[in-house]
Design a protein. Sequence first.
Length: 459
Amino acid sequence: MWTGRFQQATDAQVRTYGESVSFDWRLYAHDIEGSVAHAAALAAAGLLTGDECAQIETGLRQIGQEIARGEFEFRADLEDIHMNIESALTARIGPAGAKLHTARSRNDQVALDLRLYLRAEITEIRDALRAMQRSLVELGARYPEAPMPGYTHLQRAQPVLFAHHLLAYVEMFSRDDGRLEDTAKRLDVLPLGSGAIAGSTIMLDRHLVAQKLGFSRVSENSMDAVSDRDFACEFLAAAAILGMHLSRLSEDVILWATSEFAFLTLSDAFTTGSSLMPQKKNPDVAELTRGKTGRLYGNLFRLLTILKGLPMTYNRDLQEDKEAVFDSVDTLKAALGVFAAMLGEARAETANMARATADPLLLATDLADYLVLKGVPFRQAHEVIGKLVALSLDKKVPFAELPLADYRAASDAFAEDVYAVLDVRRSLESRRTPGAPSFSNVAGRLDEWRKHLVDQGPA
């Protein structure tokens, strides 16, 4: 590429150290699409004949097919995917291939390829994310009225519905989808035509290239265009947050699958055993997903660290951006796919959930609300119920079996109707404010999400 300036061949160690084709080959389809569009712009500017442009496109398409079939021989001495493709093209079609790099640099070329790659992958990840949401909605819909304890500080707090708990993750993943959508909007800028740093004296129609590649706008600053990796950082940040949500869900699944909770049974197909203990059934999919979140975090900080000290514009450090992006893409797609499939075969143990929800202390807040509705200030009601909790525990007598005299001794606001409050189903159905887990609210949200995810279709 640069033999005109250099008098010595590149040292073999430097070639090995600097090559990136071992991983950036994954950009080949996008590199080819970008080159086809660039060739069209060169032809429109009179720098290629129609025949030369056709030769270039045909040759590039053939190379792409060979790579897809695993028949293309990559050369590490050509450094990257861009030069591997260009060199092969020139070897096949001659001088026309040598004209292809006119008015572009590998700097704007790789910036284009990474944007095209991420645009396509974000679409696939969003589709996988919606499949994940559908699996949660369908699991909840199989048990629409199954109560379970809700937890704070991992202590039983108040009764909720199993479906309501699952829908919390559907909401989280909806925000993740929005972040990915926003990232796709911001990367929708064509950098090609920015050259190495300062554009080119050869005037090409950048808007034509943008149209051919499906970009809505072109970059307005050539220096920014070749050095910008904000879009990759945004993707990795969105991936990290999505990973965090998957990890939290994993933790719930892991807890629910324990003998101590026994709220969820996972299919044998999505669990593993022990090499030593024959009774074990381990939730490895959830554990691996929880662990892989660390990769997603690490990839974000890896790129942020690379970028933080770079002066304008392109620096070779930027070669290190791709593996972080590739790894996060692979990790997310794998995690979403296997997790959705696992949930599709999971079974809720509703009897165990119901037994846990029957813990009378879960209705302590309902008793406080009862007093408030009788005119007792909430802080006073809170104290009264706290004393009754202590009494119940001391006597080892549940709320429903405490005599009215004990209630009346705590507050004269109590009457016979207090016992009607001590019913889980009544408690749940009373929680009808928007967002609360009443049966009607949860059924409505399940229906709304099911329709939304069907109507929304692929990203």
